[in-house]
Design a binder for this molecule. Structure first.
Ligand code: ADP
Length: 135
C-alpha cells in the first residue's frame, strides 16, 4: 500500500487511463493520495520565438481541462500538468513530490508488440520509487 501514487497520463492514450487509475485506487493507503500527471512537450528554443505570447499558458490550461475530463472527477485523484520531456519530467516530479509508486501503462494502446514504450522504459529505468507497469 502506498501514500502518494503518481499516474502519468498521455492525453492521446485514452484507453489506458481508466485502468491505471483503478489500479492506483486499489494500491493507495487509506488517507493516501493519487496525482494524475500530464507532461506537455517543451518547445525547442529555436521554435519558441515564433509562438505567440500567452500560447503556452493557453496550452497548459487546455491540457489541464482535458486531463480533468479524462480522469472523470474520481474522488481523491488530483490533476497536474507540467511542461518538459515526459520520460524525464515524470521521474523528477515523483522525486520532488514524495511519490512512492508510479502506475504507468506499458505503451500506447494498439502497440502490443512493444514490450515497453519509450516513456515507460525511461520511467522504469530511472525512477527512485517502485513502478507498476500496466499491461
Ligand atoms: P509509446 O512509446 O508506445 O507511445 P509511451 O511509453 O510513450 O508509449 O507511453 C506509455 C505511458 O507513458 C502512457 O500511457 C502514459 O502513462 C505515459 N506517458 C507517455 N507520454 C506521457 C506524457 N506526455 N505525459 C504523461 N504521461 C505520459
Amino acid at each position: 500500500m502506498f501514500d502518494h501514487i503518481l499516474v502519468p497520463i498521455a492525453l492521446d492514450h485514452g484507453a489506458n487511463t481508466a485502468r491505471a487509475i483503478e489500479i492506483a485506487l486499489r494500491l493507495k493507503k487509506e488517507g493516501g493520495r493519487i496525482t494524475a500527471l500530464t507532461v506537455i512537450e517543451e518547445v525547442p528554443p529555436y521554435i519558441s520565438q515564433y509562438i505567440p505570447e500567452g500560447q503556452m499558458e493557453k496550452n497548459l490550461e487546455e491540457a489541464r481541462a482535458q486531463l480533468l475530463a479524462e480522469i472523470g472527477g474520481v474522488a481523491g485523484v488530483h490533476a497536474d500538468v507540467v511542461i518538459g520531456h515526459p520520460g524525464i519530467s515524470i521521474t523528477e516530479y515523483a522525486q520532488n513530490k514524495g511519490v512512492d509508486l508510479i502506475v504507468i501503462a506499458s505503451h500506447r494502446p494498439g502497440l502490443q508488440d512493444y514490450f515497453l514504450g519509450s516513456t515507460a522504459a525511461r520511467v522504469v529505468r530511472h525512477a527512485n520509487c517502485s513502478v507498476h507497469v500496466v499491461r
